[in-house]
Design a protein around this ligand. Structure first.
Ligand code: HEM
Length: 230
C-alpha cells in the first residue's frame, strides 16, 4: 500500500466513517435506548478515590476541549492573541497544565476502576477500551505539547484548514503531509473516539441537565393524607 493511499484512508475515509457512525448511532441509541444515556455513575459504590479522579479529569478535559474548539472556530483571533510573546506563553503553559491535570485525573479514574472490587464488577470491556483510547489520546496530546511546542499556532494554521476541509466535504490532506507521526496518531485517534462515542458512557456529555441553569425554581411539596400540618 503506498503512502498516498494510506494517508487518504486515514485522513479522509476514516474521518467520514467515524463522523457518520457518530451521528447515526447517537440518534439511533437516543431513540431506542434513551434510558441508557448516562455516565452510569459509580460514586455510590466507591466514594473515597472518586473525587480525586473524576473531578480533575473533568476540569482538565473540558478546558482542553474548549481550547481545541477555539482553535477550530476562531483561528485568526487565536493567532492575533499569540502575536504577543507573553500571551503565547500564558496560553501554552495553561493548556499544558490542563492537559497534565486531565492525565492525572484519567490515571486516577483507571486505577480506581481497577482496584475497587465493586467498581471493577460494573466496568465493561467497552469501558476498558474507551479508557485505553482516552489514555493514549491524552498521552499523545501532552507529549506533542512538550515535543512540538506552540501547538496553539500550528493547530490554527495547519489543522484547522484540514478539519474545515473535511466538514465542507472537500477534503485536503496536503496540510498534514509534513506532520510528525505523533500528531497524525492524535488526529486518527480523535476520529476513532468520535466514532466509538455512541457505544460508550461518553453519551452522558449530551444529556447534561443544562435546563437547570435557566428554568424557574421548582418547589417540591409533600402531601400526605392524615398528617397534621405543623
Ligand atoms: C459536559 C460536561 C460533562 C459533565 C457534566 C460530566 C459529568 C459526569 C458525571 C456526573 C460522571 C459520573 C461520575 C460518577 O459519579 O461516577 C461522569 C463520568 C465520566 N465522564 Fe463526564 N461529564 C462531562 C463531560 C465529559 C467529557 C467531555 C468526557 C471525555 C471526553 C467525559 C468522560 C467521562 C468518563 C470517561 C467518565 C467515567 C468515569 C468513571 O466513572 O470511571 N465527560 N461525567
Amino acid at each position: 500500500m503506498n503512502q498516498h493511499f494510506f494517508d487518504q484512508f486515514l485522513f479522509i475515509a476514516l474521518p467520514y466513517v467515524c463522523l457518520f457512525t457518530f451521528f447515526l448511532m447517537t440518534i439511533y441509541r437516543y431513540r431506542v435506548q434513551s434510558f441508557s444515556y448516562s455516565s452510569l455513575s459509580s460514586q455510590f459504590l466507591e466514594n473515597k478515590n472518586h473525587f480525586w479522579a473524576v473531578v480533575p479529569f473533568h476540569y482538565g478535559i473540558l478546558t482542553v476541549i474548549v481550547g481545541h474548539l477555539i482553535a477550530f472556530s476562531i483561528p485568526r483571533s487565536l493567532l492575533a492573541w499569540n502575536s504577543v510573546p507573553w500571551r503565547l506563553y500564558v496560553l501554552e503553559v495553561t493548556a499544558l497544565a490542563f492537559g497534565i491535570l486531565t492525565l492525572i485525573g484519567l490515571v486516577g479514574v483507571i486505577v480506581r476502576r481497577a482496584t475497587s472490587t465493586k467498581v471493577r464488577k460494573v466496568t465493561t470491556v467497552v469501558d476498558w477500551v474507551l479508557f485505553g483510547m482516552l489514555l493514549v489520546q491524552v498521552v499523545t496530546g501532552v507529549s506533542q505539547a512538550l515535543l512540538y511546542p506552540w501547538g496553539s499556532a500550528w493547530f490554527a494554521t495547519s489543522l484547522t484548514p484540514y478539519l474545515w476541509s473535511i466538514l465542507k466535504l472537500s477534503p485536503d490532506i496536503s496540510y498534514l503531509a509534513a506532520m510528525p507521526w505523533l500528531i497524525k496518531l492524535h488526529i486518527v485517534l480523535a476520529f476513532l473516539i468520535i466514532g466509538f462515542f455512541p457505544f460508550t458512557r461518553l453519551v452522558h456529555v449530551l444529556v447534561v441537565p443544562n435546563p437547570y441553569l435557566w428554568r424557574k425554581p421548582q418547589v417540591v411539596r409533600w402531601y400526605r393524607r392524615g398528617v397534621k400540618k405543623g
